[in-house]
Design a protein around this ligand. Structure first.
Ligand SMILES: Nc1ncnc2c1ncn2[C@@H]1O[C@H](COP(=O)(O)OP(=O)(O)O)[C@@H](O)[C@H]1O
Ligand SMILES: [Mg+2]
Length: 373
């Protein structure tokens, strides 16, 4: 996957940006608050995902502007494609999206077209921080490979909200549990499906990550990443299964039913994919409890690198790597490890000081007040 050109205008502080990228290395360099991350965020929207900063649509349009326009031109191993993305302040829900000139209805139709993997400084706490981040990581990884997956996760979340609301109504005596069976049947089918896909992804992740960790620790430490389910006791039994509509969803349903009275007391759903986690361990010791700051960083880096490798392998085409201010957060050894591992992929790096980077070919863009030269 090579991005050949990016255009952006009216997106946050970006003004008339129109740049042609180098097929390998691109460095966006400038002082703070000039628009480097904004450009990556604009590009990221073209992958069909929401802003990695969790921004709302209205925050994305320039404060003094009416409309934002982004376009990305890229080629995979088959052809050149163009994504155009725009919307205006007066009608933000009505997004104008096209792929090669053909209009699309929703951003999710862009999934799988422009494939990027983004590293931000926040990702460095992937293994240390809350399980929510690791679930999002797993969901993002799976949805890059299975394009319909995101819709199932979104629908699961909507139904879960309704169930939780119902639990509170029951607890306060304003409703009975007659509706719960309906929610639970739906949650079970989707939950079984999501567990199965996350579990299978985790197995691939574990293989890729263990090999990389072996390298970064010079063979002295063994990393293991396993999926941890709050519903299924014996995850090995998920191996090779595809019957998520059958027994797997019945088992999920049973778990929800069993914990129903606890759920009503708690006011939320205690078991389910929204409470699962990815457990990392080094030499058999749980990373959450025992890993040092440096080990956490290595695990996080390696999870993201593995995400890029797995995506590249499954699509027979490596993704484009976006490194937002990450290198400056790493010591020289980890910096060169990352740079070595992404050799051969197209990379866009943002930084405040490019003198620390060694490179022989690539393009350097100076970023100032939303303009790129
Ligand atoms: N909606 C907006 N309209 C205008 N400017 C914005 C908007 N959102 C953010 N900015 C500006 O963008 C700049 C931050 O850009 P960013 O890309 O995060 O900087 P950096 O180069 O440090 O990565 C700030 O100057 C901020 O005021
Ligand atoms: Mg930034």
């Amino acid at each position: 996957m090579k991005i050949t050109a990016i255009r952006a205008d009216g997106f946050r502080n970006l003004k008339n940006v129109d740049i042609a990228l180098h097929p390998k290395l691109n460095i966006l360099c400038g002082s703070n608050a000039q628009g480097k991350t904004n450009l990556l965020e604009a590009l990221w929207l073209c992958t069909g995902e929401r802003s990695f900063r969790g921004a709302k649509d209205r925050e994305l349009i320039a404060a003094d502007g009416k409309k934002l326009c982004i376009s990305a031109e890229f080629e995979d191993n088959r052809r050149v494609q163009v994504i155009e993305y725009s919307f205006s302040r007066s009608d933000m829900r009505n997004k104008k999206l096209t792929l090669n000139g053909v209009p699309l209805k929703t951003p999710s139709e862009l999934f799988g077209k422009l494939r990027c993997v983004i590293f931000t400084p926040e990702d460095l706490s992937l293994s240390k921080g809350s399980p929510d981040n690791r679930r999002s990581f797993a969901d993002q990884s799976v949805s890059q490979l299975k394009l319909s997956y995101r819709n199932v996760v979104d629908k699961y979340k909507r139904i879960l909200e309704q169930r939780n609301l119902q639990l509170k109504l029951i607890a306060s005596g304003r409703s009975d549990d007659s509706m719960l069976d309906i929610w639970d049947t739906q949650l079970s089918q989707m939950g079984a499906y999501i567990t199965m896909l996350r579990y299978n992804y985790c197995k691939k992740l574990n293989t890729a990550a263990a090999a990389l960790y072996d390298e970064i620790s010079s063979g002295s430490e063994k990393l293991e990443i396993v999926y941890s389910s709050t519903v299924y006791k014996k995850l090995d039994e998920l191996d090779g299964r595809t019957d998520y509509k059958g027994e797997l969803s019945e088992e999920y349903f049973k778990k929800l039913k069993e914990s129903r009275s606890d759920d009503i007391r708690a006011g939320f759903t205690i078991h389910g994919i929204h409470r699962d986690d990815l457990l990392c361990s080094i030499n058999g010791m749980s990373a959450k409890e025992y890993a040092s700051q440096g080990q956490h960083r290595s695990i996080a880096l390696i999870m993201k690198l593995s995400q890029a490798y797995i995506l590249g392998e499954e699509m027979s085409d490596p993704p484009c790597i976006l490194l937002d201010d990450v290198l400056s957060e790493l010591d020289p050894a980890r910096q060169s490890f990352v740079m070595n591992k992404i050799k051969g992929m197209q990379v866009i790096i943002t930084c405040c000081d490019s003198s620390a980077l060694t490179y022989t070919e690539g393009k350097l863009f100076e970023v100032s007040a939303g303009s790129f030269t």
